[in-house]
Every structure is written in structure tokens, then in C-alpha cells.
Design a protein around this ligand. Structure first.
Ligand SMILES: [Zn+2]
Length: 327
């Protein structure tokens, strides 16, 4: 385990001096860029008995406990099944419970097992509800000596001010595209440019997107968009009824690319279909395209509601097909 290549500089800054690390640090930035991994490596390094400049040594008893997930002076708090870059639509709604927080507060009243540091990684911090956050406040403000809280957040604006005010905020930036692409190529990802664009520059998210089943779903959906007039749109919406958010994301990006084709001749997201997009864009009225794009974007707010997703998706597809999109 070590930090991602694009985090090297940040890592050096953070680890310049162990004793001067703030007792509560909030690592915030876009999802899918490796904040969770950074927090975990910081934790491992703090707990390591013979730390190196690059992180935990990987060999001392402390690092071995850490690797086995059983370090007595470490706690990782996250909602069940939460992992950075988790698939769209599967996260959200998952909460860190009051009981999870109470367990950590209790754990910190005991003295450190190894007589050194104790580290709590809590992610994502926006999964703390009001009650869970309140249960944490006092300990977060005045933790025992040599205790470090590492909070990770993709959406710091959603955090309670009482939590925010108790943390030192550390922005974690997306990597430069070249660094992200080099890393994705090293993971044997095909066409990394396309996936990185779709992931908004977040390489770990792009790696998730490279999963073969997802690529197949994406391809199938795009084929539907390319031939929308002949496609059975109700059936297409039915195929994606469990993944409306995912399909919505593709449709919005597709409409964005069509609009970009009309104004600049460029595509941002579907470089693998640039030619087809340009052809389509020539046949579509710009004003009507813009109206549909706006509508579908606005309707994104319904994705969190328990509406009939299939009907919603079908209504967007019908409006799109009415633009006269035909291969
Ligand atoms: Zn070690």
C-alpha cells in the first residue's frame, strides 16, 4: 500500500512532521481521486513503528496488524459497503450510525494499546447524520493526546458547520490528466481518455467505469441513442430501470456533446463516437436540443426520489427521439 502517484507532493507536505499534524484533518475533494487511500496510508504511517518517508514500513508488527484490518489503535468508520468510487446509484442514503460513533468515542477513552498514536478514519463525513455528528463533537474538539481524526469528504458543503469548524481543511485536487491517464494505462484500461472524461477527471472512478459489464451497458445504451427513432424506447428504459441514474448520466453527457458539436465541433465525453455525434448534431435544431438538454438536467433532481424511474427515463428518451435523432 502507498499513496497514488499524483499524491506525492501532498504526501510530503502532510508527513513533514508527525508531531505537528492537526488532531482533526478534513481531506476534501471530488470522489474517485484517492482521498480514502491517502487517509488510510496516513493512518498506517502514523501507527508504524519504523515509518519511512514514503509511508508505513509494511514490516513492523503495527503495519502487519494494519494490513490484517485489526490494529488495536485504529478505527475506520464508514457506512456498510461504502468505498470510494462506488458505483453510481449504490451510494447515497447510507449513513454512519450513532452507535458507530459511540463505539469510537468509547475506544478513545481507553489508553493506546501500543502507547503511541491512535487514528480514526471517518469517511465520507457527509454520511454523519445530525445525531451521529453531535455524538462526535466533543471528542473531535478535544481528543486525547496523540489522537488523529482523518475525515474524508466528497461534498464538504453538506457537512454540519459544527464538524467543519473543528477540522483543519485540506483540499485534495484531481490529478493532472496526464498523470491520471498514465496510471489508468498502467492498470491496463482501454481507451482511458474516454472513461476519464466521463469520470470528470477522477481516475479511480474511471477505473470503476472500465468494468466490462458497465462498458457493455454503456455501449448498449449508446446504440439506443444512435438509433432512437427505430428503438423501442419503452423496452430500452425497462432495461435500465434499476440503473436510471447511470443512464441519466450518459444521456446528459450525450446531449452535452451534441450541443458542443453544434457550437465548437468538439466532443467532451464520447470521443469514441465523435463522428456519429457530429452527424447527428447537424440534423438537430439547436434550440430544441438545448431545451431537451436543460429539461433532462433539471429532472436529475428526481433521481433521489422514489418515482417510477423507468417512466422517467422513457419520457427523456421520447423527448430525445423527437429531436429527429437518426443515424
Ligand atoms: Zn511499519
Amino acid at each position: 500500500m502507498s499513496v497514488y502517484p499524483w499524491q506525492g507532493e501532498l504526501w510530503q507536505r502532510l508527513t513533514a512532521e508527525r508531531e505537528r499534524l492537526p488532531h482533526a484533518l478534513l481531506l476534501h475533494g471530488p470522489a474517485g481521486i484517492g482521498k480514502r487511500a491517502l487517509a488510510l496510508e496516513l493512518a498506517r504511517w502514523l501507527l508504524c513503528q519504523t515509518p519511512t518517508p514514503a509511508g508505513g514500513c509494511g514490516e513492523c508488527p503495527s503495519c502487519q496488524w494494519f494490513a490484517q484490518g485489526g490494529h488495536p489503535d485504529f478505527r475506520l468508520i464508514e457506512p456498510a459497503a461504502e468505498a470510494e468510487g462506488a458505483e453510481e446509484g449504490k451510494k447515497g442514503g447510507k449513513r454512519i450510525s450513532v452507535d458507530q460513533v459511540r463505539e469510537v468515542v468509547e475506544f478513545l477513552t481507553l489508553s493506546a494499546h501500543q502507547g503511541g498514536w491512535r487514528v480514526v478514519v471517518l469517511q465520507p463525513a457527509e454520511a454523519l447524520g445530525v445525531a451521529a455528528a453531535n455524538a462526535l463533537l466533543k471528542t473531535l474538539e478535544e481528543p486525547p493526546p496523540r489522537t488523529v481524526f482523518l475525515l474524508v469528504s466528497h461534498q464538504p458543503r453538506r457537512l454540519l458547520p459544527t464538524i467543519l469548524s473543528r477540522c483543519r481543511k485540506l483540499p485534495v485536487a484531481s490529478p493532472e490528466p496526464a498523470a491520471a491517464l498514465a496510471w489508468l494505462r498502467a492498470q491496463a484500461v482501454d481507451a482511458p481518455e474516454v472513461l476519464l472524461a466521463e469520470a470528470g477527471g477522477a481516475p479511480l472512478l474511471a477505473l470503476d467505469y472500465a468494468e466490462p459489464e458497465r462498458l457493455a451497458r454503456r455501449q448498449r445504451f449508446i446504440e439506443g441513442l444512435l438509433d432512437a427513432e427505430r428503438e423501442d424506447l419503452s423496452a430500452l428504459a425497462g432495461e435500465y430501470q434499476q440503473r436510471v441514474a447511470e443512464a441519466w448520466g450518459w444521456l446528459v453527457r450525450w446531449l452535452c456533446d451534441l450541443s458542443l458539436c453544434q457550437t465548437t465541433g468538439q466532443v467532451r465525453y464520447f470521443a469514441d463516437h465523435a463522428q456519429a455525434l457530429r452527424k447527428l448534431a447537424q440534423r438537430i435544431d439547436a434550440g430544441r436540443l438545448w431545451a431537451v438538454y436543460r429539461q433532462v438536467m433539471d429532472d436529475g433532481r428526481w433521481l433521489q426520489h422514489p418515482l417510477n424511474g423507468q417512466l422517467l427515463l422513457e419520457s427523456w428518451l421520447i423527448r430525445y427521439a423527437e429531436l429527429g435523432a437518426r443515424r
